[in-house]
Ligand binder design. Structure first.
Ligand code: ZN
Length: 240
């Protein structure tokens, strides 16, 4: 069975549609959403409708949480804050409620999904190095865990120590634990503008991160048309 595991969509409809089309072409029959469906870009309701229609296991991201509240409760950066205010105004009460009721962490078959980290999932910490990964691994009861949040795809493996391993194509070995950051559909930050998501083949026991081109000009134009900050359009092109 092939799972398409994707998150940090951030209201980028063009990127989401490209990712789902690629996943379908490659025979993915299962979907998993890693959260941060909304924020930053111009199509929150459309992206939310697609994820709700997929009816797939989904965990809550920090932007989902903030968008579901009346006002922001944590000090986000000003760009994120401005986009969240705009997003909140567009979401219907039932959409905000759906986001609010998302779970922080879930188990899907034999793997775990959480937006940020397993050690402090409600605090939205970032896993950016082996030390951060080690902290999360100590709460990981399954062999495999998927995360998002940093918008940078990466794979960590733990046997005697925690190390970073290649994430473009990875074969899962027994008696080791893996922590996979699936990257971001709608706002990658690793210098590559293409949408990032992960395919997990449960028969072959493989993980692969895919990078998918999409109509970035259309996504940027929509941001400008809605009066969202110009920087949010510009950053898509540089993958930052
Ligand atoms: Zn995010």
């Amino acid at each position: 069975m092939k799972f398409a595991i994707f998150g940090d969509i951030h209201s980028n409809l063009h990127a989401l549609e490209a990712v789902l089309a690629d996943a379908e072409n490659l025979g993915c029959t299962q979907h998993v959403c890693m959260g941060d469906i909304v924020g930053y870009n111009a199509f929150p309701c459309e992206c939310l409708a697609i994820v709700r229609d997929l009816d797939c296991p989904t965990v809550k991201g920090n932007h989902d949480e903030q968008a579901s509240m009346a006002i922001s409760q944590e000090g986000l950066n000003p760009l994120a804050e401005e986009a969240l205010d705009w997003t909140r105004d567009r979401l219907a009460p039932d959409e905000r409620q759906w986001l609010r009721e998302l779970r922080i962490q879930r188990q899907v078959r034999d793997f775990t999904i959480v937006h940020a980290t397993l050690d402090t999932p409600h605090k939205w910490g970032y896993i950016t190095n082996q030390l951060d990964a080690a902290a999360s691994f100590s709460y990981q009861l399954t062999g495999l865990c998927f995360v998002g949040h940093t918008h940078v795809p990466r794979a960590y493996m733990r046997n005697a120590t925690v190390q970073t391993v290649a994430h473009d194509q990875l074969s899962i070995q027994p008696n080791r634990k893996y922590l996979i950051n699936v990257g971001s559909v709608g706002q990658p930050r690793d210098g590559d503008w293409r949408a990032s998501y992960c395919i997990h083949d449960t028969d072959e026991q493989t993980i692969s991160i895919r990078r998918i081109p999409y109509d970035i000009a259309a996504a940027q134009q929509a941001i400008l048309d809605e009066g969202l900050p110009r920087k949010l359009a510009a950053r898509l092109a540089v993958g930052r």
